[in-house]
Ligand binder design. Structure first.
Ligand code: C2E
Ligand code: CA
Ligand code: CA
Length: 779
């Protein structure tokens, strides 16, 4: 049991309290006992003293009778008369021995000792106990305790009459240890006879053992000879009684009753009390420990439960049957673990789920992918990873608003989920980027899955009653061919997707050439800069022929890059790249400068051509563009009506407000503005009407199958009609055959640009083509 534990504290508190109470009771009982014992001892002493005095008196009477018998003895009287010392002494000795007297003395009326059994030489000397004799002569006899030659005697003195007093007989018992013992036997007290010579105490006789006697002597010297005394560990209650006055000083007796004897019954009681106390303490300890366990046991269990909750175990069975506070605590804990589990689940959902589509997010997908790879490694299996990026999603967002964009993403998520098997994982990685994990599918057989995914997306999709054409670029990478970890696989699939999108394909499987392509791209920027500086670029011109009369006075300038090593690089391969890197502005400047110079030359030669130049989104965001164009027109002395700028809908969407601003300025300068690739975006004609444009170029996607596809025909027809109604010139792009030309003519299309009339060609080639055409037309 630790000293800090509740268990320990409860036990200590219980037992400590009991011990304290017991100690108090014990002390009170003890003090009372001691007081009672002392009172009792004092009482005993009083009784003892009475008995003691009575005993002394009895001995005195015995002595008196002995002395009187001696006094009446005729032989003695004769010896006194004869003054025969020897006879006297033998008479005294005889009588003395009869009653076992220790001292017998005869003295004459002149107080001269005539005979002494103890000290015969005292004969003829003065009588030593003058006071005793004075009392005796007054009362006819006396008794007392006297000291002589260091010894203590109980003495009586009686007169010898014949018939008048002729002498005095003094008879005495010596008071020694034996006397004390005799007295003790009757009185039950320790008896010590003490002499005091005015200065020192002297223990004449005593029943005390030697060691106690020695200590008593010490106490006497200190003047502490009465009351309570402790002699060699024995407690005494004492009483000092003066017995008499001798020539050598007063004589006392010290009566001592042992406290231990009085306390004997109390000590028994004390022992019983101690036994009881120990018993009570033991019981208290046992009970205390049990109670403490009853309290701390459940508490400790709950603490362990809490510890496990801390480690993330939320499914513990917690016993809540107890109705005490501990039960309440258990109940709270039980609720707490449920609440924590719920909250944790919610947090991990938030952390791992995309709230819009409810699909796993990038983090979760990464985990699932790694798990799937680990499983495939273990089982020797395969998997394919698809990455999808929606086309023109930014544009949809900008045109229809973000809420619509969100709904579209949710729909795409649903479509993708429907198109795959239950064991496949669909996730939204970011914005318009989705990923699909196909376990067990090899990259070689992935085409089937890709097709299904693509078809599910391209199926009719309606959003707010509007028909949407949803497409995505798809890149695929496979394990184990393209990488043995998630990061590598995602990177490969991403490259494949990027390549698919930039090359206008719907999907692409990763292969090493893609990696090469990617690497080539990195060096492309430097090379593109060189191309602009070293005139590796050139402009081709494609005629925009007027249907009404076949006039070819307009052309679109299309950039060409003749790379010294690579050869011809198609614009589709470097224009998107230049747009991504921001280098497009330099390219556009170059194109504008050359196209305007060329147009200027043609105008000077008297054969003016209206040249169209393509602008990218970033060009429209350049506030310096109108000034640049004005400058170039100036330099080439070209009237602004001979320049047309083509912009795509998506180009307008990046920053519609400032793009519109730039367009207005350009239009105000007298330039023509055309909407390029019309139909691929989502702008309504109502929106186009608000723009300062005067030409619509229908995208070649609608033109390509115009003669076979009634839907396309309808779109083109209504576009031409509406365009005209808005006062716009309508141009059809990508026309490759005369049948289409006829259809377009019937629809009222204004101009046609396409291989059917002429491919893009160098300036001189264009001139020759034009001459040739005019010559034919004249015919
Ligand atoms: P775009 O502006 O739509 O240009 C028309 C494209 O359609 C040209 O491809 C042209 O060769 C092609 N085309 C014309 N008639 C037909 C036809 O009958 N059938 C087919 N299949 N295609 C036809 P090109 O020259 O490869 O240009 C591709 C794209 O590159 C252009 O599409 C344009 O977006 C961009 N581009 C070309 N030059 C420039 C430029 O100087 N600046 C900018 N910003 N972009 C340019
Ligand atoms: Ca164009
Ligand atoms: Ca176009």
């Amino acid at each position: 049991m630790r000293t800090t534990s509740l268990n320990f504290r409860i036990v200590v508190a219980f037992s400590g309290l009991l011990a304290l109470v017991l100690l108090l009771a014990f002390t009170v009982v003890n003090v009372t006992n001691l007081r009672i014992s002392r009172a009792e001892a004092a009482q005993d002493l009083q009784t003892g003293e009475r008995v003691f005095r009575r005993l002394l008196e009895q001995r005195g009477e015995q002595l008196t009778i002995g002395a009187q018998v001696l006094a009446k003895d005729f032989g003695l009287r004769d010896a006194i008369a004869a003054d025969d010392a020897d006879t006297l002494l033998s008479a005294l000795e005889n009588h003395g021995s009869r009653i076992h007297a220790d001292l017998v003395m005869l003295s004459n009326l002149d107080n001269i000792v005539k005979a002494d059994t103890v000290c015969p030489e005292r004969a003829g000397k003065p009588y030593p106990f003058a006071d005793l004799l004075k009392q005796a002569s007054q009362r006819g006899g006396a008794s007392g305790i006297e000291r002589i030659d260091g010894k203590l005697y109980q003495l009586v003195a009686v007169p010898v009459r014949s018939p008048i007093i002729i002498a005095w007989v003094t008879m005495g018992f010596e008071i020694n240890d034996r006397t004390a013992r005799d007295l003790q036997a009757v009185s039950g007290l320790q008896v010590s006879f003490l002499g005091h010579n005015g200065k020192d105490w002297r223990i004449q006789a005593s029943t005390l053992p030697d060691i106690q006697r020695l200590q008593l002597a010490g106490f006497l010297d200190l003047g502490q000879a009465s009351g309570s005394l402790s002699l060699a560990g024995t407690e005494y209650e004492t009483r000092l009684v003066k017995l008499g006055e001798s020539p050598e000083g007063p004589i006392y007796v010290l009566l001592a009753g042992s406290l231990a004897e009085v306390m004997q019954p109390f000590q028994q009681l004390q022992r019983t009390l101690i036994a009881l106390a120990i018993g009570a303490l033991l019981v208290c300890l046992v009970v205390g420990i049990r109670i403490a366990r009853r309290i701390t046991g459940p508490l400790r269990e709950l603490a362990e439960v809490a510890g496990r909750i801390k480690q993330g175990q939320y499914q513990q069975d917690i016993d809540t049957r107890d109705h005490s506070e501990i039960g309440q605590l258990a109940d709270s804990l039980s609720h707490m673990q449920v609440a924590i589990a719920e909250r944790e689940a919610r947090i991990s959902t938030l952390a791992y789920q995309d709230p819009l589509t409810l699909l796993p997010n990038r983090v979760r997908f990464g985990q699932l992918l790694e798990e799937a790879i680990a499983r495939a490694k273990e089982e020797g299996g395969t998997l394919t990873l698809l990455l999808l990026d929606l086309d023109r999603f930014q544009q949809i967002n900008d045109t229809l608003g973000h809420p619509a964009g969100d709904r579209l993403l949710a729909k795409v998520g649903e479509r993708l989920t429907e198109s795959v098997r239950s064991e496949d994982v669909v996730a939204r990685l970011s914005g318009d980027e989705f990923a699909i994990l196909l376990p067990g599918i090899t990259i070689g057989t992935a085409m089937h899955s890709i097709e299904r995914v693509r078809r599910s997306l391209e199926r009719r999709m309606e959003l707010d009653g509007r028909q949407l054409d949803v497409r995505a670029g798809i890149g695929a990478a496979g394990f184990p061919e393209h990488g043995d970890n998630g990061i590598d696989l995602i990177r490969c699939a991403d490259m494949a997707m990027y390549r698919a999108k930039s090359s206008g394909q719907r999907h692409m499987l990763y292969d090493a050439s893609i990696q090469r392509f990617r690497e080539e791209h990195l060096s492309l920027l430097g090379e593109l800069q060189q191309a602009v500086e070293h005139s590796e670029l050139t402009l081709y011109y494609q005629p925009k022929v007027r249907l009404e009369d076949g006039l070819a006075d307009e052309a679109e300038a299309l950039v060409r890059w003749i790379h010294p090593q690579r050869g011809f690089v198609p614009p589709n391969e470097f224009i998107p790249f230049a747009e991504q890197t921001g280098y497009i502005k330099e390219v556009t400047r170059w194109v504008l400068a050359h196209a305007i110079r060329q147009a200027g030359r043609w105008a000077k030669d008297g054969r003016p051509v209206k040249v169209s130049v393509n602008l990218s989104a970033q060009d429209l965001l350049d506030p310096g563009l109108p000034a640049t164009v004005a400058n170039l027109l100036d330099l080439a002395s070209l009237a602004p009506e001979w320049l047309c700028l083509e912009i795509t809908e998506s180009g307008l969407m990046e920053d519609p407000a400032s793009a519109l601003d730039t367009l207005k300025k350009l239009r105000a300068m007298g330039l023509s503005l055309a909407i390029d690739d019309y139909g691929t975006g989502y702008s309504s004609l109502a929106y186009i009407r608000r723009l300062p444009v005067n030409e619509l170029k229908i995208d070649r996607a609608f033109v390509l199958e115009l003669t076979q596809n009634e839907g396309d025909a309808q779109i083109v027809r209504s576009t031409i009609e509406l365009g005209h109604r808005l006062g716009l010139k309508v141009v059809a792009e990508g026309v490759e055959d005369l049948a289409t030309v006829e259809v377009l003519q019937a629809m009222g299309c204004d101009r046609i640009q396409g291989y059917v009339f002429g491919k893009p060609m160098a300036a001189e080639a264009f001139e020759r083509w034009r001459e040739q055409r005019e010559a034919t037309a004249v015919k």
